[in-house]
Ligand binder design. Structure first.
Ligand code: FAD
Length: 327
């Protein structure tokens, strides 16, 4: 990451206009708009590989990408674009904040940074791969998001494993493409509502009271080793598995309740991605939302940066960043 060297050098401002915590698509999109608006902008990012986009194998639904790109390629384009407008990026983990002070303070292991406005963009990546084979086949048959990856399984066989409510939430999306879907869950019964949804798809097969013991394959996933309610093993041939196990939580540990949250995600006010603290905004997967996608994260970054500019310059309205080119 090019910005590793900017840590408190002579040219670094004492007080930044905007500090963005997290360098995923939400944070970097905010950085593009913030630095392009002429605000001194610092992105503090733990690691480009630690976020959701950094770990996405293939992205083919981000507008403008005519051919699929890896998440890390897309991320590096975002970074270059932000830096081209003057954003500084450092590779550090934020471990605490003080939003009561003016300017606001951000603490890392190495330093304290100060800013007039802060944008929180730390994403939602809590759960470590826990199933045998899960880490090995991430992006090669192991997926966590039907909106992202279900189209890759058109006319193929897949499993959706884990918590039933989460599986049912996504099953329509998976069943629309796959020719056969196995629902594998330790839960033993479906609610009436869940049953109604599942019976709409005759090619969905229930394996209730069952669990996945291992994800198998060579280059890509080819099968799952499962255990039935009595513990008896069964190998199920599949091309992929969607995993819905609890643990993927918004990354908010370093905030220690500094902004209002509900169910572990950051609550937003009606206006401009603002949080319960004036001058503090939140964007992307760390906020409470149903749809977690790169394009959503990027659009929220834009809104937050323009809101931060409005807050810093005490404008009545957000200033847009386009013109007709005419004087
Ligand atoms: C495997 C996978 C495949 C996906 N496929 C698609 C797809 O095909 N299409 C699509 O649109 N979406 C896809 N998504 C979803 C998409 O990647 C996310 O919605 C998007 O990346 C969210 O952006 P974000 O900036 O909020 O968070 P992230 O991308 O998670 O970025 C958060 C950043 O914050 C940093 N960070 C975290 N904590 C700290 C800290 N304390 N201090 C400093 N930095 C910190 C991390 O290092 C990371 O760089 C996929 C997600 C996954 C996991």
């Amino acid at each position: 990451m090019t910005g590793e060297s900017v840590l408190k050098n002579d040219t670094a401002p004492e007080i930044y206009d905007v500090i963005i915590i997290g360098g995923g698509p939400a944070g970097l999109s905010a950085a593009i708009y913030s630095s392009r608006a002429g605000l001194s902008t610092l992105v503090i990012d733990k690691s480009p590989n630690a976020g959701a986009l950094g770990s996405a194998h293939k992205i083919e639904n981000y507008p403008g990408m005519a051919t699929p790109v890896s998440g890390s390629e897309l991320l590096s384009l975002f970074r270059k674009q932000a830096e081209s407008f003057g954003t500084s990026i450092i590779k550090e983990q934020v471990i605490g904040v003080n939003f009561e002070s003016d300017p606001k303070e951000i603490f890392t292991n190495q330093d304290t940074f100060r800013a007039k406005a802060v944008i929180i963009a730390t994403g939602s990546m809590g759960r470590n791969p826990s199933l045998p084979g899960e880490e090995k086949f991430r992006g090669r048959g192991v997926s966590y998001c039907a909106t992202c990856d279900a189209p890759f399984y058109k006319h193929r066989e897949v499993a959706a494993a884990g918590e039933l409510p989460e599986i049912i939430e996504e099953i329509n999306q998976i069943a629309k493409f796959a020719k056969r879907v196995f629902i594998i869950s330790r839960s033993k019964n479906l609610t009436r509502e869940q049953e109604e949804i599942v019976t709409r798809h005759p090619h969905v097969e229930l394996k209730l009271g069952c669990s996945v013991k291992e994800i198998r394959g060579s280059e890509n996933v080819t099968a799952l080793l499962t255990a039935d309610p009595s513990g008896a093993p069964e190998e199920i041939p599949v091309d992929g598995i969607f995993i819905y196990l609890r643990g993927n939580q918004p990354v908010v540990d370093f905030l220690y309740g500094a902004v209002d949250m509900t169910d572990g995600c950051i609550m937003l006010n009606d206006h401009g991605m603002s949080t319960s603290v004036k001058g503090v905004f939140a964007v992307g997967d760390v906020t409470c939302k149903k749809i977690r996608q790169v394009v959503v994260a990027a659009s929220e970054g834009c809104i937050a940066a323009l809101s931060a500019e409005q807050y810093i310059n005490q404008r009545e309205r957000v200033r847009s960043q386009w013109s007709t080119g005419k004087a």
